[in-house]
Design a protein around this ligand. Structure first.
Ligand SMILES: O=C(O)CCC(=O)C(=O)O
Ligand SMILES: [Fe+2]
Length: 321
């Protein structure tokens, strides 16, 4: 069983051990990384007690699941789901066209190519007013603010953004040159600097092959060590945690070589791999239409093997009252 975010020895890791560090990269990496690290330390220290005050148990069903597992699965009333589907349809069609063009051109499929903004910091994205209103009504219907405030006492929720997301097979972040990555590939915590609650609504039928969301249950309770979290979040924010950032990651002193998105680097068959996989709960349309989750626990989703996953993703940042 794992009780904390894994710390990986990159000096012996097959993807990193052979890399030689260019001194120019070391300088650039340090210049970029350390200022972000300082700012992450400051912002996380300011709300560290907020993370500590999260309830460990609650009698209400949604809050209880969040407190216990870090994630809650909700069924939505049909009219709400239908309204979201209808409001999303024109934007989904545009995303589909974009996907078709990328596939035809055999172009890289980047994360942003799968997203369409719906809400940005409380404002409806241009042209998305109908969909944004449907998202706001959904949040009201499930009493999102109430749940989030009881989960993070002393904080008030602000929608940081919402996006319509169309995941389909072949996304570059899930495959290394067409091959599968590690069994735990994609598992991560988010790089947010304040407490955050996220939600994902499935707009189509999502089974095991349509990239369902999953959560390592209980991982939201793993120690919230400000320094460890600040290092990981800073690393991912400057993109050194990604495949392409490897040269820079390798150039950072070993004590700072930690990532939010560590799942790609856990080797198959190791005790860490087994521990993560055995406590990972997968949420398909059989289980729910909406998942709410604490994004400082370990999660992943969107790795589609067949067909597509159309979803609305929202991120809600918590600000001290
Ligand atoms: O698309 C997914 O299922 C995962 C999204 C995610 O990682 C997040 O919202 O923080
Ligand atoms: Fe995430």
């Amino acid at each position: 069983m794992l009780t904390a975010l894994p710390i990986i020895d990159y000096a012996t890791h097959p993807d990193y051990a052979g890399l030689t560090v260019d001194p120019k990269n070391a300088e650039r990496a340090a210049e970029e990384f350390f200022p972000i690290l300082r700012s992450k330390r400051e912002s996380l220290a300011l709300c560290a007690d907020g993370f500590d005050r999260r309830p460990r148990a609650a009698s209400e069903s949604v809050l209880g699941a969040l407190a216990r597992d870090g994630v809650a699965a909700l069924a939505l009333p049909r009219p709400i789901l239908n309204r979201l589907r209808e409001a999303a349809a024109p934007h989904a069609a545009a995303l589909k066209q974009r996907a078709k063009a990328l596939i035809a051109a055999k172009a890289r499929i980047r994360f942003d190519d799968t997203l369409h903004p719906v809400l940005q910091w409380d404002e409806a994205a241009p042209g998305c007013e109908v969909l944004a209103a449907a998202v706001r009504d959904l949040l009201r219907e499930i009493d999102f603010d109430g749940i989030a405030q009881r989960y993070y006492p002393g904080f008030r929720p602000t929608v940081a953004g919402a996006a319509l997301k169309r995941n389909f097979a072949g996304h570059e972040i899930f495959r290394a040159n067409g091959a599968h990555t590690t069994l735990t590939g994609g598992l991560h915590i988010d790089s947010n600097s304040a407490p955050m609650m996220n939600g994902i609504v499935y707009l189509n039928e999502v089974g095991p092959e349509q990239g369902p969301f999953s959560y390592v249950v209980g991982s939201h309770r793993w120690p919230f060590d400000v320094e460890d979290r600040a290092i990981r979040k800073a690393m991912d924010e400057c993109a050194f945690g990604s495949q392409k950032g490897r040269e820079f990651f390798a150039a950072i002193p070993a004590e700072y070589q930690r990532k939010c998105a560590f799942g790609w680097d856990i080797l198959d068959g190791t005790p860490e791999c087994d521990a993560l996989i055995s406590t990972e709960r997968v949420f398909t349309s059989q289980d729910c239409d909406l998942v709410l989750f604490d994004s400082d626990g370990v999660h992943r989703g969107g790795d589609v093997a067949k067909g597509k996953r159309l979803s609305i993703l929202f991120n809600v940042a918590m600000r001290p009252i």
